[in-house]
Design a protein around this ligand. Structure first.
Ligand SMILES: Cc1cc2nc3c(=O)[nH]c(=O)nc-3n(C[C@H](O)[C@H](O)[C@H](O)COP(=O)(O)OP(=O)(O)OC[C@H]3O[C@@H](n4cnc5c(N)ncnc54)[C@H](O)[C@@H]3O)c2cc1C
Length: 398
C-alpha cells in the first residue's frame, strides 16, 4: 500500500499550511472575541488572496472555478484548513455551502445553476440547509412536519426548522419538506430552494449555542416557514427525492468534517506539546513535560490521531474508488471515532493549559465548546454505531 502524497498535493498542502500559519492564525484572537460579522471585511481580503493563489474552492468542480480535488485530496486539504476555525470559510469550502454546491451541481436545473450555484461557488453569496425541526427527531428525519403543498405554479411551505447553520446572512435556503404524505416514507420529502427574502420565510433568531449566539456564517438559525410561497421551478431534483439527495450530500460531508476535526486535533496537539515543554511546574526548572501523566496524554493523543487519520483517509479513498454506497460502513465508523478522538485530544490540551485553557486567549476553549456538536450533527454517535452494528451483525446472521 502506497501512503505517499503526490508532488502536486505536497505543493498545495505546503502553500495552504503556510497561509494558515501566516494569515489566519494571527487573526484568531480577534475572531474569538468579536462577532463573525465584524470580521467579514478582513476575511474578504484573505479570500481574494486565496483566489489569486488559485487555491479557492478545493473541492468544487473546475468548471465552477474550484480545484476539482478528489475526496482523498480534499480530505488532506480539509485537515490543513481545520487547524484554524477560519480556514474553510476563507478557502470557500465551509459547511453548509460546500454540500449545497455539490447537490446544486448534481441536481440543479440550468436556471438554478445560473441563479444560485454560480454566485455561491464564487463566494459572492451564502446559503443554508434547513432540514432539522424543533419538534421532530433530527436523528430520524423521515419524521418531518414541514409541508410543501402545490398551489397553481407554486409550493406553499409551512414548518418550523432550527439549527439552520448560517441562515443569518444567507441569500437562499435549501429546505426539506413533505411533498407527498401518502408516498413510501423515503419518497415523501423534497428539497426546495427558498430565497430568504421570500415573504413567509422568517429567521426567528440565532440560537444561543454553548453561551454564544454567533452571527452570519457562524450562527445557527431558528427558521419559521409561514405560508411561504415559492415557484415550483425551485424544486431541486425530482419531487420525492429529498432523502436520496440528502444522502448524496451527507457522505462526502462527513469525510470533510472528519478531516477538519483531524486538523483541530493536530493544532490542539501542537499547543499541548509546546505548553508542556514551556510551563515550569517546580522551582528546579522542571516543566509539565517531565510529568508522566502528561507524557501519557501526548503518547495516547498521537496514537489516537494517527489511527483516526488513517481510518479517514481510507474511507475517503474507498469513496473515490468504490463509491458512496460501498464506503458506507467506513464513513459511519470514522464519524464516531474521529469526533470522540477530537474531543479527548482537545480536552487533554485544555487540561495541560490549566486556567489559560479556559480563556479565549488560546483557541482551545473555542474548539472545546464549538466542536462538542461533532458527536451530534450529521448523525449522532449512537445512530452511526447502531446502524453500522446492525449491518455488521446481519452479515453474521443465518
Ligand atoms: C452545531 C450544529 C449544526 C447543525 N447544522 C444543521 C444544519 O445546517 N441543518 C440542519 O438541518 N440541521 C443541522 N443540525 C441539526 C442536527 O443534524 C441534529 O441536531 C441531529 O441530526 C440530531 O437531531 P436532534 O437534535 O433532533 O436530536 P434527537 O434526534 O432528538 O436525538 C437526541 C439524542 O438521542 C440519541 N439518539 C437518537 N436516535 C437514536 C438511536 N436510533 N439510537 C440510540 N440513540 C439515539 C442520540 O444520543 C441523540 O444525540 C445541526 C446541529 C448542530 C448541533
Amino acid at each position: 500500500m502506497d501512503f505517499g502524497i503526490s508532488e502536486k498535493m505536497q505543493a498545495v498542502l505546503g502553500m495552504i499550511n503556510e497561509f494558515v500559519d501566516r494569515e489566519l492564525i494571527p487573526l484568531e484572537r480577534e475572531f474569538l472575541v468579536n462577532e463573525f460579522r465584524d470580521m467579514l471585511p478582513v476575511l474578504e481580503q484573505k479570500r481574494a488572496m486565496v483566489k489569486k493563489m488559485e487555491l479557492w474552492g478545493p473541492n468544487h468542480p473546475t468548471e465552477l472555478g474550484g480545484m476539482g480535488l478528489s475526496m482523498l485530496e480534499h480530505g488532506l486539504v480539509s485537515e490543513a484548513l481545520g487547524r484554524s476555525p477560519l480556514g474553510h470559510y476563507v478557502f470557500g469550502c465551509q459547511a453548509p455551502d460546500a454540500g449545497n454546491i455539490e447537490i446544486l451541481h448534481q441536481h440543479g436545473t440550468e436556471e438554478q445553476k445560473d441563479a444560485y450555484l454560480a454566485p455561491l461557488a464564487a463566494g459572492k453569496i451564502r446559503s443554508c440547509f434547513a432540514m432539522t425541526e424543533v419538534d421532530m427527531p433530527g436523528s430520524n428525519p423521515v419524521m418531518m412536519d414541514t409541508t410543501a403543498v402545490k398551489d397553481g405554479d407554486d409550493y406553499v411551505i409551512n414548518g418550523h426548522k432550527w439549527y439552520t447553520t448560517g441562515a443569518d446572512g444567507a441569500t437562499f435556503a435549501i429546505a426539506m419538506a413533505i411533498t407527498d404524505p401518502e408516498a413510501p416514507v423515503y419518497l415523501r420529502a423534497s428539497m426546495i430552494i427558498v430565497p430568504t427574502d421570500t415573504p413567509g420565510y422568517n429567521l426567528v433568531r440565532n440560537i444561543p449555542v454553548m453561551g454564544h449566539s454567533g452571527s452570519d456564517y457562524a450562527s445557527h438559525g431558528e427558521v419559521l416557514f409561514q405560508s411561504c410561497r415559492v415557484p415550483r421551478k425551485n424544486l431541486l431534483g425530482k419531487e420525492g427525492m429529498g432523502f436520496v439527495i440528502a444522502q448524496d450530500r451527507l457522505g462526502p460531508g462527513r469525510i470533510h468534517h472528519c478531516m477538519r476535526w483531524l486538523g483541530i486535533c493536530s493544532r490542539a496537539f501542537d499547543l499541548m506539546c509546546r505548553r508542556a515543554n514551556e510551563r515550569p511546574i517546580a522551582p528546579n526548572g522542571k516543566t509539565l513535560a517531565t510529568r508522566q501523566i502528561v507524557q501519557e496524554w501526548v503518547a495516547d493523543s498521537a496514537a489516537e490521531i494517527q489511527a483516526a487519520r488513517l481510518m479517514t483517509l481510507y474511507a475517503a479513498w474507498r469513496m473515490d474508488t468504490a463509491g458512496h454506497k460501498e464506503a458506507r460502513d467506513d464513513v459511519s465508523m470514522i464519524k464516531y471515532v474521529v469526533a470522540n478522538t477530537m474531543q479527548r485530544v482537545v480536552d487533554r490540551a485544555l487540561q495541560v493549559h490549566g486556567g489559560l485553557g479556559m480563556t479565549d486567549d488560546t483557541v482551545l476553549a473555542y474548539f472545546f465548546r464549538h466542536e462538542r456538536a461533532a458527536r451530534i450533527y450529521d448523525g449522532a454517535d449512537e445512530v452511526h454505531k447502531t446502524s453500522f452494528a446492525k449491518r455488521c451483525l446481519a452479515r453474521y446472521a443465518g
